[in-house]
Design a protein around this ligand. Sequence first.
Ligand code: SAM
Length: 362
Amino acid sequence: MENTLLMGAEAVRETVDRVAAKQDITRDELAFLLSAGADTAGYLRQQARQRAESIYGKKIYIRGLIEFTNYCKNDCYYCGIRRSNKQADRYRLSKEDILECCKTGYELGFRTFVLQGGEDGYYTDEIVCDLVSSIKSAHPDCAVTLSIGEKAKESYRRYYEAGADRYLLRHETADEAHYRYLHPPQLSLSNRMRCLYDLREIGYQVGCGFMVGSPGQTVDTLYEDLRFIKELEPHMVGIGPFIPQHDTPFADRNAGTADATFRLLAIIRLIHPLVLLPSTTALGTIHPRGREEGILSGANVVMPNLSPVGVRKKYALYDNKICTGDEAAECRFCLQNRMKSIGYEVVTDRGDSRVLTRAVKT
Ligand code: SAM
């Protein structure tokens, strides 16, 4: 028994070292690292943490998240703000509200604002450009990240010219059949990917990503996600567990696990070392120390919520979301203390990605 355990630990070590050295992973190595015993998986996370530290030291970047609308024209089966959810209590923030969130955030030390929302036609390209340029003129030393879904290349270009620096668009899954399982027929993986390549070509720092444990996910679909990350070379990868929302078609599905999320964070750090990797709110929702453990698995970004408390509960992508009652300052200092408790320091610079944007032919 003891011998078998030792052999298991040895095999994990060898696999982790090999993956770290080549900065790539095979399907079999992935399957092995996802299923290795909890007692041996510690080495994977430890190596990923060391790799993150060799690049970013003890620094953890913070991004102020402003969830500015929960209206959405899309109907993703997993998402609590999908169009068909008649129970969702819809809201939109005004330009003044958003600028106020940025002002509060700036005073709290934030130098990146992430504007996230459903795909809400109310915010036309003109309005989005005006929002971006107003934030940039109020806070020229800050980065603005948009996360507002799939748009035409021309729209992305306009936002970029208005001053947007970064764009987050999780690809959700890189497997065609899995994508169709998670989304209605109007949405396609090819368009999602087109968006990501357009964004990168325009010059944005780009983030893709996926939910861990989404319904229908397998080792094979995850392997395709990792292949896609290697191919796109994003500046950021956002992953967090899938958590069911009670008014969606996936209400009865199991949530993704914290353990699988920690392992995947670690693997992504090892195969794409320079990436900015958030330890997400969803991870903090399914595990009381999820965000700390995410950092200890190789993540290096946290995203405290800057949205006004009055709307927080309404941005209900999934059930039991944490931090919905706290003021911005509470969220910021809570995360700072959590990071400090594990020996890390929250830093307030813009924290630009160190991944170089490749020149891509259109
Ligand atoms: N509309 C934009 C988009 O499509 O990228 C941004 C908003 S969307 C709600 C942000 C992310 O929330 C999605 O990319 C998805 O991965 C995540 N999400 C949605 N429902 C979720 C759930 N039930 N559990 C965990 N994450 C979820």
